[in-house]
Ligand binder design. Sequence first.
Ligand code: 2AM
Length: 204
Amino acid sequence: MRLFIGISPTEEIRKGLVEAQESLQHHGVTGTYLSPENLHMTLAFIGEYPDAEPVLNAMETAFFSPFEICYTHLGTFRKSIVWGGIAGSASLASLVKQLRCELARADIPFDSSTFSPHLTLVRHADFSKGIPPAKINPISMTVEKISLYRSDRSGSGMIYTEIGSVEAAPKGPTIQKARPQPGEKLPCRAATVSQIQAGRVRCF
Ligand code: 2AM
């Protein structure tokens, strides 16, 4: 099965993205428009992989607390893909880095190209009738979970199905900062009591 890890937008952001699609359509931009339920932001693209379980384990190990992201702009890629852009976020970049680290540790392959936070709106876009204004109203959301998606090709296009998810750990005081023991290669990350009690923190 074809897998990727991503974030599902809130209904408010989804509505904003659909409005951007409608504006593009109104200005004569043709192409393959993603359906509202398929709109998502990819954090790590895995591709063909036989088992979801190890991927969910890797997601669980990548510890994160709830954080804000903001949909702020529209952009194009190679003049044929239109996307909604997410403003730079240190928390988001850190989460992606951790996910990649945990996937690599579990020997799960993934696309390691530079992460560029976006939600694809249109593929194979044709702007020959003009380029519409790209102004949008920024919309924020709190990321409280990350999802594992299966991607299936159907007669009417791709279908993305959430097959599992991992919730953010609750925010709390940092009580343990791991230090490498003699012979240990890498330190653990900082952890809270609840994360340790919940068994969410795995040291490496
Ligand atoms: P895109 O929307 O920018 O094409 C499912 O294919 C999701 O994984 C899409 O969001 C897609 O991003 C993303 N993705 C990232 N790397 C990919 C790759 N190498 N091949 C296919 N999809 C990829």
